[in-house]
Design a protein around this ligand. Structure first.
Ligand SMILES: Nc1nc2c(ncn2[C@@H]2O[C@H](COP(=O)(O)OP(=O)(O)OP(=O)(O)O)[C@@H](O)[C@H]2O)c(=O)[nH]1
Ligand SMILES: [Mg+2]
Ligand SMILES: [Zn+2]
Length: 319
């Protein structure tokens, strides 16, 4: 038995799974630890979640006398990137304002479905605002293409392609579109995020070629069966690259976006903004607004502009 003692050099590792108060950490030498935090756990990530999947941590080993390697997390390294959202204050018992969904990711994979649930471009736009503000690479995956007319769906996705975002059309069920998705994930750490039931875990199972993750049947009328994935987990892909599967979200509330900075994260606005009559133009009601002009002439997509207004309205005036 490989007994670890506290006197050995303290290892570092990567958090690959969170379940309740316990974490799975893969140490640099490949050893898997069950770890927990303690009151002395230090972190350098502000007022956010203490430990999440993707975090790099330092461990102190605990002698258990069993084959199970246990450790406490002494330090959480600063995150170089993170997928975060504002906590829902109504259902939030913790004091952290910002919830980190996944840390140190290279790429955000926004997963939507063409049908069941219906394709929701408002949610895509929220993710894109976040990704632009964090300078995160993003790809959009439209899954369940076997259930919906592909012409209509690609029409909805046209504005995103025009903006330079990569869009993949897949059917995890029929194993379609998986090869090009796999290619886009190779060599990167990607986090899959989106509504519950769009097929995030099913897509990942297809990438593995076997049932790696639990997936769920959802009854769309009753909402029963929602939220099959309850904990984030990081997996090493057979073809190289890491994937983080995350639980489905109901809403994606933006954490650090204000009414003032929102406009900079709709990248098609940037070229027009200097032409607005008022330098402080909010592009909502002002006369001689160049953004409104561009929407009217069709040079800015009107659905994207509607999303801007919806997000603008949803941001607290004083934040
Ligand atoms: N028709 C069809 N059904 C699919 C496809 N992909 C997934 N599904 C089904 O959609 C349901 C939900 O799939 P999941 O993979 O569990 O969805 P998820 O996004 O991981 O959901 P959460 O874990 O709750 O966030 C399952 O019944 C899947 O079989 C697809 O391409 N076409
Ligand atoms: Mg899932
Ligand atoms: Zn304007």
């Amino acid at each position: 038995m490989n007994m670890k003692s506290q006197h050995e050099p303290v290892p570092g590792g990567l958090v690959t799974e969170v379940s309740g108060a316990s974490y799975i950490v893969i140490a640099d030498d490949g050893t898997e630890f069950r770890a927990r935090t303690f009151p002395g756990t230090k972190a350098d990530n502000g007022d956010t979640s203490l430990v999440v999947v993707g975090d790099r941590v330092e461990l102190k080993l605990i002698e258990t006398g069993t084959e199970l390697f246990e450790a406490v997390i002494t330090f959480v390294h600063p995150r170089r990137s993170a997928l975060t959202r504002k906590r829902d204050v109504r259902r939030n018992r913790s004091k952290e304002k910002t919830q980190v969904i996944a840390a140190n990711i290279d790429q955000l994979v926004v997963v939507v479905s063409a049908y069941e649930p219906l394709l929701n471009t408002r949610l895509i736009d929220r993710y894109l605002v976040f990704a632009e503000s964090e300078k995160l690479e993003t790809i959009i995956v439209v899954n369940k293409m076997d259930l919906e007319d592909s012409t209509e769906t690609s029409e909805l996705m046209k504005p995103y392609k025009a903006l330079g975002y990569t869009v993949f059309y897949t059917s995890a069920e029929k194993k379609r579109g998986m090869k090009s998705l796999k290619k886009a994930l190779a060599g990167k750490l990607s986090a899959f995020s989106g509504h519950s039931g769009v097929g995030k875990s099913t897509l990942i199972n297809q990438l593995f070629g076997y049932e790696r993750l639990k997936t769920g049947e959802t009854n769309w009328k009753t909402g029963k069966g929602l939220h099959t994935t309850s904990n984030s987990v990081m997996l090493l892909l057979p073809g190289g690259g890491y994937i983080i599967d995350t639980p489905g979200i109901r809403e994606f509330n933006l954490a650090d976006i204000t009414r003032e900075n929102l406009r900079f994260y709709f990248k098609e606005f940037l070229a027009f903004m200097p032409e607005c009559a008022f330098s402080s133009c909010t592009h909502t009601v002002e006369p001689e607004c160049a953004i409104l002009g561009a929407v009217e002439s069709g040079r800015i997509d009107s659905d994207r502009y509607e999303s801007y207004l919806a997000i603008y309205e949803s941001i607290d005036r004083d934040s």
